[in-house]
Design a protein. Sequence first.
Lengths: 266, 254
Amino acid sequence: MFDDFFIRAIIAGIGIALITGPLGCFVIWRRFSFFAGTLSHSALLGVTMALVFEINIAFSVFIISAVLAILLLQLQKKTNLPNDALLGLLAHSSLAIGLVIIGFLSSIRFDIMGLLFGDILAVNKNDLLFIWIGGVIILLVLKLIWKPLFASTINYELAEAEGMKPDKYNSIFTILMAAIIAISIKIVGLLLITGMLIIPAAMARNISSNPLQMVGLSIIAGLLSVFIGLFSSLEFNTASGPSIISAALILFCLTLIKFKKSKLNK
Amino acid sequence: MSKENKILLKVEEAGVSFNNKSLVRGVSLQVRKGEIVTLIGPNGSGKSTTAKIALGIYKNIEGKVQKFTDKVGYVPQKISIDWTLPIRVIDFMLLTENLSDNLINVALNLTGVEHLKDKDLSNLSGGEFQRVLIARAIAKQPELLVLDEPVQGVDFKGEIALYTLIKKISETLNCGILLISHDLHVVMSATDFVVCLNGHVCCSGKPHVVVQNDKYKELFGDRASNILSLYEHKHDHTHSQDGSINQDGSINKE
C-alpha cells in the first residue's frame, strides 16, 4: 500500500515520539526549553566535527552536546549572568563556529537544509535500528532514574536532604538530552527536535492532572503529530519534518481551546 | 529519655559563606533519637542555613557534619511548585519513597488533610500546603526529621495541634527532630535542647538554662525569659484575659 521509505519514516517517527514524549515533559517541568534549543544548535558543530574527523555523525553530535552541557555548568559557577544569556551565548557561538568550520571544508558538499530540518523520508534500516536501540536505552535509563530525577525537579533541596542525589541525576538527564538530539538529528533535524520535545509535552500539560498522565498524553500527542504530519506531507507534498511539527502545533491549539473552556467552567 | 540514645546527627563547628560573606559559622549541635532540638534566632540569623548544612544541601561548608541515618524527612521553609508540573497531593506524598496507601492515609489524617489527597498541589492554601509537607515528611517514618518553620500559615488552632503532633511523633517514632520555630512558647515547652543563633551560636542548652542567659535576653528581650514560667514554674503569676502574664500577680478584672 505504501512505499518502503514511507513505512520506515513512520517507524522512525514512532520511535522519536516515544522518546521525546517523556523527555519533553522533563524539559517543560525543569524549564529546559531553551537548553534543549541550545543543545540542538550545537548539533551543527557536532556534524562539522564529524566531517572533519570522519567519525559517526550521531556520535560526534552526542559528544559536542555533552561538552556544551558541561561548559554551561562551569559557566554558571564562574559568572552571575542569567541562564538564558549563557544559553544564548553557547547556542549562537557554537552555531557560528560550526558554520566557520564548514567554510574551510570547501571540498565537502554539505546539505545544510537536511541538517536543519532532517529528512525522515531518507531513513534507512540502519538508522531505524539506531533510533530504536538508542530509544530503548534512553527510556530504560529514564525509567530507572525517574524517582530521584522527579524529586530533584520538584525541589533540589528536598531531594538532596532526603538522599535523592539530585546533582547526579540532573547530570544523567543532561546526557539523555544530548543522546536524544544525537539520534534524532537525521530524522527531524536540529531545528525541529526542540519542537518535538516541547510542543507535545506542552499540549499534554493543558489537559493532564498528574505527572504520569502528562507523560502518557505527551507520547500520544507526539505519535499523533508523526502520523498526521507524515500522511499530510504525502498528501500535500510538503516537507515531512516541518509537517510533523505543524501537526503538533495544531494539536496544541486544540487543547488550548478545551483548556480555556474547562477553566471557565470552574 | 536516656542520655544513651543513639546520636543521629552531629554538627561540629560548621559554617557556610557565600561570596566571602559568612551566613553562619561555628555551629555545633547534635540530635539524638527521641530528642527535639530547636533552633531559634532573629530573621537572617542562619537558622535555615544551619538546617541545610546539617542536611548536606550545601556542598562547601566549614566544619564537619555527620549524619548517622539515611531515613530523613525534611520540611523546607519555602517550596514552590511550578504550574507546568501537574501534581496531586498523593503524587507528592510518594516523592522520595514508595509508601503504602495505609501509611499515606494515616499521615494525611494526622495533619488533617486526608480529604485533599486527590487535589492539585498548586490549588492548596498556604496552611493546607504546610500540612501536606508535614504529612509527607512523617509518612516515610524518618529517623531524623528536620522541620523549618513547619506551621507557617497554619491557623491558630491547627498550629497547636500540629506542634502537639510533632511532639507525639518524636515519642511514637522515637525519631530525632531538628526544629526551627519562631514560637518561643512552643520551643520552651516542648524542646529538649535549644540552640540560639545570631550568625553564630549565642547560647545553647536546656530551655530553662537558655532563658536565663544574658545573650538570649539581649536577643529576644526580657519578656522572652518569662516564657518558660508558663510551663515550668509554680503559679507565681496570673494571666489577664488575653493570656498575657501579670507579674504582680493581680487578676485583670473587667
